[in-house]
Structure formats: structure tokens, C-alpha cells
Design a binder for this molecule. Structure first.
Ligand SMILES: Nc1ncnc2c1ncn2[C@@H]1O[C@H](COP(=O)(O)OP(=O)(O)O)[C@@H](O)[C@H]1O
Ligand SMILES: [Mg+2]
Length: 287
């Protein structure tokens, strides 16, 4: 299945007012019907992501993070409640391609080269080939794949495919990015570089981000707020605001800042609320 939307006619009269919140989730439940009965994946989810805000979702495997992302991206529909994106229904926002998506599976088109995959959103929105090529070059440079522009996805490692998907999601400098464990397949060095780069891009473009991760430090480093979810059925357990001062000039120094470690502790404690904190072994990866 491809994550790439097909070209759609856009109704310019439906142009959104960008002053609206990026994402508003109200009273959302999601139940899946399976052969072995119903699975309640999400219950009573309420969340507002402001324009320009970076919000991470963190929680144990199976707590419904990806399900929530899929509802926001209109890849699935809630059983109850509503989702709006920049004041529009999720489905209108998807048709209007109001956001960039980078999910766990890279979702690249196998018959397109790396460059053509990255340039796809620009193509769909009618950018000239000159503008497109310049932007593709810039994006591939950013994700360190300049030498692979003419390769095909199956000639790349998983981590490289993921970087192509990230570059593609950023191609149009969208006002909203939906990212589901986008850095999970990357080595630690590349991962830190991509995190810093993502923050730089957000500062530059004012994009809002909804970001799923298993890594507490990653969530803390990137986010304005960290949404801690609990399992079965997935609900929001706590929303932890971060008090880090982000200065793009000194992005790396933040990783050694006191406020960063305080944030890690706060999220860890929120994750372990209701379940005793095991010493040594942790339920969630803490790198
Ligand atoms: N299409 C589906 N059909 C049935 N159950 C599903 C489906 N998608 C997700 N689930 C179930 O919903 C719960 C939440 O899954 P998911 O959102 O993928 O969790 P997470 O991303 O937090 O690991 C899990 O119990 C999962 O098995
Ligand atoms: Mg998931």
C-alpha cells in the first residue's frame, strides 16, 4: 500500500485559514472488529496541537499511537468523535494534501528513483522541473543521499529508504508533519542529525509536528509537549510540557542541558505512573 496521495483537484474556495489549530482531536474512540472479537484501541482521546507546535506521542507498544496517527491522516476513521486538521475534516485535509507524512514503512514507489520519489509532492502540485530539481537536490543533501538520486528504493537499506521518505515529507515545507517512528530504522548518529535537522526545519517553516517515538530522550529533545499514552484501551495518561529553550545555534548542547535530563525524568515518571518502576529494566527504551 502506498502512503502517497493520488493527484486530486483542489477547490481553492476551500482554502483554510492557517490561524486554525493544526490538529484537533475530540472525544475519539477507535474499536477494531476482528475475528476474535472487538479490540478497543483508543478511548476518549482529546488533543489539540497548535499551529507550529511539536507534540510527541509516547507509550508502550500497542497503546494506539499509530492508530491515532492514521485517524489524523484519514487513513482510517474513528468509531466515535472527530478529527480536524487546520479547521477542516481529516478527509478534506488529506485531499488538499495539507501535511507531509513519514511513517514506519517508508511507502516509496518502487518504480520511481529516489529523486522522483522525493519530488512527487512537488510534481503533484505543479512545480516547474527547474524548481523541483533544485529542491530535490537540497532535500537529498539534507538527508545525506545526494549520491543515490538515481537509485531505486529496493537498492537502498531500510534506513536509507526511511530518509527518502523523510525528505519527501518535507518537500513542500508543509504546515503539518505527521511522523510515526520516522527515525526508528536509523543508526544513532544519523538519528541525532535528523532530529537536529527536523528542529531546524520546523523553526524555519513554522510547521507543527505530531511525532510518534519509543525513545524518551528523542521525545524530550524534539517536543514542546509529550503526550504519554497508556495501554488497553489506549488513552492519554498525561501530557508533559517541556521547558527547554531551543536555540537552533546550540541545538546539540541541549542534549547535555539540565532541562533536558529533567524532561527525561518527568516523562519516565509519567510513563510509569500506575505501574511500579522496575529498577534496571525499563518498559520503554530509554536511549
Ligand atoms: N487494522 C487493525 N485491525 C485490528 N486491530 C488493530 C488494527 N490496527 C491496530 N490494531 C490494534 O490496535 C491496538 C493499537 O495498535 P497500534 O495503534 O498499532 O499501536 P502502537 O502504534 O501504539 O504500537 C493494538 O492492540 C493493535 O493490535
Ligand atoms: Mg505504531
Amino acid at each position: 500500500m502506498t502512503q502517497v496521495p493520488e493527484p486530486q483537484p483542489t477547490d481553492s474556495s476551500a482554502t483554510p485559514t492557517r490561524s486554525a489549530d493544526a490538529v484537533v482531536v475530540r472525544g475519539v474512540d477507535k474499536t477494531f472488529d476482528t475475528r476474535s472479537g472487538q479490540v478497543q484501541a483508543l478511548t476518549a482521546i482529546g488533543l489539540t496541537v497548535s499551529a507550529g507546535e511539536f507534540v510527541s506521542l509516547i507509550g508502550p507498544s500497542g497503546c494506539g499511537k499509530s492508530t491515532l496517527m492514521r485517524l489524523i491522516a484519514d487513513l482510517d476513521q474513528p468509531t466515535a468523535g472527530s478529527v480536524t486538521v487546520f479547521g477542516k475534516t481529516a478527509s478534506r485535509a488529506r485531499l488538499d494534501q495539507d501535511y507531509g507524512i513519514a511513517f514506519q514503512q517508508a511507502g516509496l514507489l518502487p518504480w520511481r528513483t529516489v529523486a522522483a520519489n522525493v519530488g512527487l509532492p512537488l510534481e503533484l502540485h505543479g512545480a516547474t522541473s527547474r524548481d523541483r530539481n533544485a529542491r530535490i537536490e537540497e532535500l537529498l543533501d539534507m538527508v545525506g543521499l545526494s549520491d543515490f538520486a538515481d537509485r531505486y528504493p529496493d537498492q537502498l537499506s531500510g534506513g536509507m529508504q526511511q530518509r527518502v521518505a523523510i525528505a519527501r515529507s518535507l518537500a513542500e515545507k508543509p504546515d503539518l508533519l505527521l511522523m510515526d517512528e520516522p527515525f526508528g530504522a536509523l543508526d544513532e548518529m544519523t538519528r541525532e542529525r535528523m532530529q537536529t535537522e527536523l528542529l531546524r526545519i520546523c523553526a524555519e517553516t513554522g510547521a507543527a509536528v505530531v511525532f510518534v517515538t519509543h525513545s524518551i530522550p528523542e521525545a524530550v529533545y524534539l517536543s514542546d509537549r509529550v503526550v504519554v499514552m497508556s495501554p488497553r484501551p489506549g488513552r492519554i495518561q498525561q501530557i508533559v510540557p517541556m521547558a527547554l529553550t531551543r536555540d537552533p545555534e546550540h541545538a546539540e548542547a541541549l542534549r547535555e542541558d539540565r532541562a533536558f535530563f529533567d524532561g527525561v525524568t518527568a516523562v519516565r515518571e509519567a510513563l510509569h505512573t500506575g505501574s511500579p518502576v522496575p529498577t534496571g529494566a525499563r518498559g520503554v527504551e530509554n536511549r
